[in-house]
Design a protein around this ligand. Sequence first.
Ligand code: ATP
Ligand code: MG
Length: 311
Amino acid sequence: MSTTALAQQEFCITLSDLASFMEIPSSVCKTRIEKRLKKKLKSPWLLPEEVRTVLLAEGYKYPKKVISIQMLKGGVAKTTSVLNMGLRAAMYGAKVLFVDLDQQANLSFALGVEDESLPVWVDIVEKRKSIDECVHFIEPHVDLIPSSLNNSVLDRVLANSNRNWAQAVKGPLEKIKHRYDLILIDTAPALSATNTAVTVASDEIILPVNPDKFAFLGLEKNLAELEDIKRDFALDFERKILFTKFDGRENTSHELLQRCIDSFEDSLMKSYIRTSTEVKNTVRSGKSLFAGKSPVKADYDLVTREMLGFA
Ligand SMILES: Nc1ncnc2c1ncn2[C@@H]1O[C@H](COP(=O)(O)OP(=O)(O)OP(=O)(O)O)[C@@H](O)[C@H]1O
Ligand SMILES: [Mg+2]
């Protein structure tokens, strides 16, 4: 990603962030980091590789998971969540592969990859392109398989395929999975063949839900569809619900959050994402939320730790 490479502040965790994560004073943290890295720290920013070395030495373990973000309802913060959770996970030292499987390609645009001529998933399935040709380096610890409008025929290609179409995401990913801790798949708002293939490839599915009157209906429909796919393909994925765009001033937010707690307590992620005007357009502007001052930064930090099993 040469044109819109993220600035250091957008992509590196600070010493004081890591100290508060490890629940120790910054001065103690600095000494520990210097001991682990066997060098003096010259900057308050820590590179993903440095954070990884420190956290592994401190006993943290990175998960190995394919996680997809799905919700048939549009605009619930799927892409915003994939982007910020993935970038934050990389800041914590995880090796992350983003896979954009939405033909709107918002995740790819946010990461600075906007080129209709690049090979995308449909080319892997239809033209037998190798998955390696589709992987783009974004930042250290962050790669992307981009999407584009060309993926809009993927559903049709899968429907007409006489190969085992349900393996169309899992199969190619198996070849490169070992290189990453987290593979995060962004999806289009649909119940589609592509999303079924994504489900087959997923160890975990995160379903974002935002407070509006159709949200609960959409969530129930999506969960029922996932249960069917789970049964039909004998799958064993975990599903998690992420409450997004929570607005403390609105009754609907409180009511829907309570409904989610009552109905899905075990699957509901412990942290939720508040609404904030600063989040608007982070995806479109290609800026990481972590460079700004939005309170939602802290929300995505907590959700990311939960995803990593660091909570
Ligand atoms: N916490 C938040 N507070 C305020 N606005 C938000 C928040 N999260 C996301 N948004 C805004 O909501 C809109 C939709 O978000 P996003 O594109 O991530 O949703 P999506 O589920 O990926 O949509 P689609 O289904 O079209 O792919 C965007 O304008 C985004 O900036
Ligand atoms: Mg999206």
